[in-house]
Design a protein around this ligand. Structure first.
Ligand code: HEM
Length: 730
């Protein structure tokens, strides 16, 4: 079923039910309507710690070593309500950490360990996260003890590190800094309406964008193989595709899985259908947030059901070793089934069948096992080469796992400015998008005024100044805190060549600004201006002039301090993922985008952490400024383009204009009702502000005769918010 079917009036929502007595959203009745809720989520009023809570400060007050020691104690303090396999919760915690970080996807930067999202549904109840409800509850006494000084997001990651260290592994480092969320992120996890369904591949066989997992409710791939078929080579393809969407190459992928599956076991003692009650989200109130109540045998220990596969990969599942890869490569494997009926592999050599100590039953020994996904590393030629190298050189394997684990768990935190704590490695990695900090004296107010004059003296139009500053800053995305004006990467590959940036015209502006920068820096000695600062400053100069040309006096706040990145500090492949295939603010849309133009606008606004009014005022202002990416006139409803005025709203809401489709290319034209003459052309992004009732309500405010001042002030403050969205140093 499609999402549309699912939300049809009288249709099924979510897991197939519509709750009684529940107010129905407009999307229930009209699923095609634009959903603005993303721009209203994570309201600070939901945060019980209050708006002024400063997590970095609270973390600094923490006795970090005591915290780590307490987590370490929990690991081997087996609880009767969920006894630890081999007396050590380490493997369970590592899986918890990996699943919290592993939802991250490069295409839109959503998912990841930040926010402690795993404690909320839907992630809390995903089939792949079975039994992790227990892992987090085991950590609760520690969380309770340290309270707001350690966020759940950080604790979940740190627990994985402590687990690795407890079992003899030397980790690479840990940074705190993941502020907690208080509600689930609104993330599109896929089209399916049933957990574990998979209906997300296009005609080309590729996963629908921006998804990274293969099934609804799984972190990545099906362990039993593609569609449940034990096809290791097919599984390798799935793994490669999914892990690439999380920015992991073959070596990192193999290191991660081989390192992870060195520890712990799979759990599938019985058939889930015979034993398990609902996941946490559907469980009765007396379960107090626990799910998957298991009615078979003891309900835990040797009767545990999690994935439905059963067994451990190595003979020493609570110690770091190379046994996983040795077992995989040095043995012949045959298909078998777990007690739950899942397809898995065991060694052909019967001598190995009694070599893995049982996790709970003393004196019992089991065969080591592999999933079809594990077998992928044996049968895919590229993976196999790496596996052989790792087996031959355990230290190389160790370091590869340590670094890949560090990347996995810190990938969504943005620049290292956001890292806090005493275990941050000094080495900087290219995936952190490094930017050298200014070591020179920053420009002051007088310099700013002088530079603004010089910028305006070049004769570059206000439209161009604004467009380029916008293009630089709006590459930011709040989901993984990458991109932005800082670094001036708009002057570097790949960003300088993105269609959305109008490369030729941007190059001209950048060349002019570089001249100003050079001459300023030559003359001013210790004081310097970065190109990144100058681009933003030029945008401010453009806006001030554009406002003055419309009769409004306004000054655009500016804070220097951005640095310039080098090409060597810029991973072209990884930055290519940030390329906006749509930017409704500059009326740019490429059919490569996976969303409709208006949805893509809301998505972009969400990535810039904007509210509905901020999005609205920016679109209206940027139209009158004439900042369309391709220089088109769509949405430019003003006789004075290049000035900052509210004509966009006034004209859009003026009843003397009638709108109609203009041909088949998704554009519209506005005709004068009396004369029938075409006055304006527009995109769906322009017209949505008159059509959607909630956007229209805000557009009206900016069209008020009394709103001229409000419009300019709100525009400037939303503009500054975008220009400084990436200033984690501020
Ligand atoms: C357990 C699949 C990648 C760490 C499991 C289980 C499955 C699985 C089916 C059994 C869960 C249960 O029944 O309790 C996969 C697949 C992967 C993958 C298909 C990707 C191809 C990783 C990675 C890590 C990891 C990247 C960590 C770096 C673990 C650990 C366990 C585990 C430690 C044992 C948990 C325990 O003993 O309770 N994995 N996994 N896995 N996985 Fe993975």
């Amino acid at each position: 079923a499609s999402t549309a079917e699912m939300t049809k009036p009288g249709g099924a929502v979510g897991m197939g039910k519509v709750a009684p007595n529940q107010a129905k959203s407009n999307l229930f009745w009209w699923p095609e309507q634009l959903d603005l809720s993303r721009l209203r989520d994570h309201d600070s009023r939901s945060n019980p710690l209050g708006e002024d809570f400063d997590y970095a400060k609270a973390f600094a007050e923490l006795d970090y070593n005591a915290l780590k020691a307490d987590i370490n104690t929990v690991l081997t303090d087996s609880q009767d309500w969920w006894p630890a396999d081999w007396g050590n919760y380490g493997p369970l915690f590592i899986r918890m950490t990996w699943h919290s970080a592993g939802t991250y996807r490069t295409m839109d930067g959503r998912g990841g360990a930040g926010g402690g999202q795993q404690r909320f549904d839907p992630l809390n109840s995903w089939p792949d996260n079975a039994s992790l409800d227990k892992a987090r509850r085991l950590l609760w006494p520690v969380k309770q003890k340290y309270g707001e000084h350690i966020s759940w997001g950080d604790l979940i990651v740190l627990a994985g590190n402590v687990a690795l260290e407890n079992m003899g592994f030397k980790t690479y480092g840990f940074a705190a800094g993941r502020d907690d969320d208080w509600e689930p992120d609104m993330v599109y996890w896929g089209p399916e309406v049933v957990m574990l369904a998979s209906d997300r591949r296009g005609k080309d066989g590729k996963l629908e964008k921006p998804l990274a997992a293969v099934h609804m409710g799984l972190i990545y791939v099906n362990p039993e193989g593609p569609g449940g078929k034990p096809d290791p080579v097919g599984s390798a393809k799935n793994i490669r595709e999914s892990f690439a969407r999380m920015a992991m190459n073959d070596e990192e992928t193999l290191a991660l899985v081989a390192g992870g599956h060195t520890f712990g076991k799979l759990h599938g003692a019985h058939k889930p259908a015979d034993c398990l009650e609902p996941e946490p989200g559907g469980a009765p109130i007396e379960e107090q947030g626990f799910g998957w109540k298991n009615n078979c045998g003891k309900g835990h220990s040797e009767d545990t059901i999690t994935s439905g596969l059963e067994g451990a990969w190595t003979q020493a599942p609570t110690r770091w070793s190379s046994l996983y890869l040795q077992n995989l490569l040095n043995n012949e494997w045959e298909l078998t089934r777990s007690p739950a009926g899942a397809v898995q592999w065991q060694p052909k050599d019967k001598a190995l069948h009694k070599t893995v100590p049982d996790a709970h039953v003393k004196g019992k020994y089991n065969p080591p096992v592999m999933t079809t996904a594990d077998m992928a590393f044996k049968f895919d030629p590229e993976y196999r080469k790496i596996a052989e190298r790792f087996v031959a050189d355990p230290e190389e394997f160790r370091l590869a796992f340590a670094k890949a684990w560090y990347k996995l768990t810190h990938r969504d935190m943005g620049p290292i400015d956001n890292y806090i704590g005493g275990e941050i490695p000094s080495e900087v990695h290219i995936w952190q998008d490094p930017i050298d900090k200014p070591t020179y004296k920053l420009i002051g107010d007088k310099d700013v005024a002088k530079l603004k004059r010089e910028v305006l003296d070049t004769g570059i139009s206000t439209s161009e100044l604004v467009r380029v500053a916008w293009a630089a800053a709006a590459s930011y995305r709040d989901t993984d805190m990458r991109g932005g004006a800082n670094g001036a990467r708009i002057a570097l590959a790949p960003q300088k060549d993105w269609a959305v940036n109008n490369p030729k015209d941007t190059a001209k502006v950048v060349t002019e600004l570089k001249k100003i920068q050079q001459s300023f820096n030559e003359k001013s000695g210790k004081k310097q201006v970065s190109l990144a600062d100058l681009i933003v400053l030029a945008g401010a100069a453009g806006i001030e002039k554009a406002a003055a040309d419309a009769g409004m006096n306004v000054s655009v706040p500016f804070t220097p301090g951005r640095g310039d990145a080098t090409q060597e500090q810029t991973d072209v492949n990884s930055f290519s993922l940030l390329e906006p295939k749509a930017d409704g603010f500059t009326n740019y849309y490429s059919t490569e985008h996976y969303l409709s133009p208006a949805e893509a606008l809301v998505d972009k606004a969400d990535q810039l952490a904007l509210t509905v009014p901020e999005m609205t005022v920016l679109v209206g202002g940027l139209r009158s400024l004439g900042a369309n990416a391709d220089g088109s006139k769509h949405g430019v409803f003003t006789s004075k383009p290049g000035t900052l005025n509210n004509d966009f709203f006034v004209e859009l809401l003026d009843m003397s204009t009638k709108w109609r489709k203009a041909g088949d290319d998704g554009l519209y034209e506005g005709v004068d009702r009396k004369s029938g003459k075409v006055k304006f052309t527009a995109t769906p992004v322009d017209l949505i502000f008159g059509s959607n009732t909630e956007l229209r309500a805000v557009a009206e405010v900016y069209a008020f005769d009394t709103s001229k001042q409000r419009f300019v002030e709100d525009f400037v403050s939303a503009w500054v918010k975008v220009m400084t969205a990436d200033r984690h140093d501020m």
